[in-house]
Design a protein around this ligand. Structure first.
Ligand code: ACO
Length: 332
């Protein structure tokens, strides 16, 4: 490792429109009581018709760049974690580059579902540590409302839209010596379990046609109960691996920022890690599950609220479709 990678800035954006549990009660057979007790979600944000995933990233990236004190000209690579790209081609990272007028950069989308931001962070860290790049913009961004089946009560109450960004930068001010920066990241997956959370129609295997449209297989399908089990197990295991790699224990962690998929998953994770519940950042009540955007929105909210400050060690973890999962330990 030649260089230390640090997070020099974060930002987030969520759309204005709020979809409450009361709104959902009017749309499907559900209740505020069921949603709150089973998931912890009270409301979620939904994009306006003219907002695409790239628009969220542009807004969040501007905040992150400002905090990092970086200009767009300094960005060497843009990594976007999303399962809701603007288009299949070009990549959303390509659209973001054009909209932010970033002169030259490597541009790539990664489809790692809810773990997309952690995957991006791990890639950004590697690019910076290897000396390949100085500044990498990592985004986790979703317009999940565009792939949600609002006739399926098992899934539609869970998802929301939003974006979070981080600027991963080569440390130049002795970060390696004072032990700050991205201390470790761990990413993994299990493709054998891909069918438990998928969109079976609309790709090259089964293209979307007028005949299969009504099956709604081009929208998100999830076996929630199965996903739940794996989510707790793999996130806990991944947290332990990242902490071991970073040389820290759970007692050294000042704040845990978990993927906000379900309050019961978060609580089970906290129990498994034997962590202190007061050191867990939770905003699921306001946004629901925003997939790749979930961890970076929470990270930026925690930092801007003064709950993550200089010198603190943060553990981030996520789990999503694929299955994919990952964790990162960062000292700010
Ligand atoms: N309102 C009322 N009742 C409902 C609703 C609803 N919105 N949804 C389901 N139910 C009913 C079911 O039909 C079922 O009824 P039945 O017993 O008569 O069949 C009952 O409630 C219980 O359903 P379960 O699915 O067992 O409910 P569970 O407690 O498992 O909660 C949930 C479901 C919230 C989906 C949970 O399993 C979960 O959070 N799973 C994990 C999701 C996750 O972590 N995803 C991560 C990745 S997402 C991504 O990558 C995009």
């Amino acid at each position: 490792m030649n260089h230390r990678a640090i997070i020099s800035g974060t930002g987030h954006y969520t759309p204005e429109h709020v979809l409450t549990n009361a709104d959902l009660e009017r749309m499907i057979d559900t209740s505020d009581e069921w949603i709150v007790t089973r998931t912890g979600i009270h409301e979620r944000r939904i994009r306006s018709k003219d907002e695409a995933t790239s628009d969220f990233i542009v807004a969040a990236a501007r905040c992150a760049l400002e905090q990092a004190g970086k200009t767009t000209a300094e960005i060497d690579a843009i990594i976007v974690g999303t399962v809701t790209p603007d288009y299949k081609l070009p990549s959303t990272a390509s659209v973001v580059q054009r909209k932010l007028d970033i002169p030259k950069a490597a541009i790539v989308d990664i489809a790692a579902a809810c773990a997309g931001f952690i995957y991006g962070l791990a890639m950004g860290q590697s690019f910076v540590e290897s000396g390949m790049y100085r500044n990498v913009l990592v985004a986790g961004a979703e317009t999940l409302s565009s792939i949600t089946n609002y006739q399926d009560r098992n899934t539609c109450v869970l998802f929301g839209d939003g974006c979070g960004c981080a600027v991963v930068t080569r440390g130049e001010n002795g970060e390696k010596e004072n032990g700050t920066g991205i201390l470790a990241a761990h990413i993994s997956g299990d493709g054998r379990l891909g069918d438990l959370l998928n969109m079976p129609i609309g790709g090259s295997k089964v293209p979307l046609t007028p005949e299969n449209y009504e099956q709604r297989g081009h929208l998100l399908h999830m076996d929630g109960r199965e996903v739940f089990k794996y989510a707790v197990r793999e996130m806990a295991d991944s947290c332990v691996q990242a902490m071991e790699k970073a040389g820290v224990g759970i007692e050294d962690i000042d704040m845990i920022i978990p993927h906000q998929a379900n309050i019961r998953i978060i609580e089970a994770l906290v129990k498994k890690l034997k962590a202190n519940r007061d050191k867990v950042f939770i905003n699921i009540q306001n946004y629901g599950n925003t997939s790749a955007a979930s961890v970076p929105i929470a990270l930026d909210e925690a930092r801007r609220a003064g709950k993550v400050t200089k010198g603190m060690t943060v553990l981030m973890t996520a789990f999503g479709g694929g299955f994919t999962w990952g964790s990162a330990v960062v000292r700010f």
